[in-house]
Design a protein around this ligand. Structure first.
Ligand SMILES: N[C@@H](CCC(=O)N[C@@H](CS)C(=O)NCC(=O)O)C(=O)O
Length: 206
């Protein structure tokens, strides 16, 4: 059975758990990372020398990097149709998944760390504002894209929606004002209502 290592408070673990549930794939999840520790143990380091979650073990395969895991699982279970066959459609998914990992998440990292993981008296408002400004410009890009398509990579739900929605969930979950984005809101409401999403898109953030 698929084994998923990682605490559910991690955005990157959330992607993998959502994906596995979406595919109807049976899995066992083992808490690791954060307060659970485990990642510093020699056994875990043999699985992932980066000492980070998530990691999966599947039929002898060990894999880390959340978006690589999502791609792998969607390709392994093709009947769910989350990983398009055509190179062009597949590349659209890859593009948005890479955007989540390299643009959206770095933009909001400081705001998240400050507002969720830092005591109020130790927060730096300027750091939060700079990060929020960058994130809002990412959200404007996403909103523009969703103006003329129901899902991030086109007209149907794909693997690309999972990492991007986990990022947006984190952004919306931060205790601060957000600029209203009608298209992002509509899409987020739709994808977060999916049964597989409900177990991972929980609040408050931790
Ligand atoms: N690029 C990696 C990042 C993994 C990562 O940063 N994981 C964090 C949690 S989101 C982690 O393991 N932090 C150490 C810990 O939780 O102990 C991925 O997408 O999987």
């Amino acid at each position: 059975m698929l084994k998923i290592w990682g605490r559910l408070s991690s955005i990157n673990v959330q992607k993998v758990v959502w994906c596995a549930s979406e595919l109807g794939c049976r899995f066992e999840r083992i808490d690791a990372g954060g307060a659970f520790g485990v990642v510093q143990t020699p056994g875990f380091q043999r699985l992932n020398p980066n000492r980070k979650v998530p990691v999966i073990e599947d039929d002898g395969l060990v894999l880390w990097e959340s978006n690589a895991i999502v791609r792998y699982l969607c390709a392994r279970y093709p009947d769910a149709g989350l990983c398009p066959d055509s190179p062009a459609a597949r590349a659209q998914c890859d593009m948005w998944m890479d955007w989540q990992a390299t643009e959206l998440t770095p933009a909001m990292r400081d705001a998240f760390l400050q507002l969720v993981r830092t005591a109020p008296q130790e927060r730096d408002a300027a750091v939060v504002e700079a990060s929020a400004r960058q994130t809002e410009s990412m959200m404007a890009i996403l909103d523009d894209t969703l103006r003329d398509r129901p899902f991030v990579a086109g007209d149907r739900f794909t693997m690309a929606d999972i990492p991007v929605a986990c990022g947006v969930h984190r952004w919306f979950g931060l205790p601060r004002q957000h600029i209203a984005r009608a298209h992002v809101d509509k899409w987020y409401q739709a994808v977060s209502r999916r049964g597989a999403a409900r177990t991972v898109l929980v609040l408050p953030l931790a």
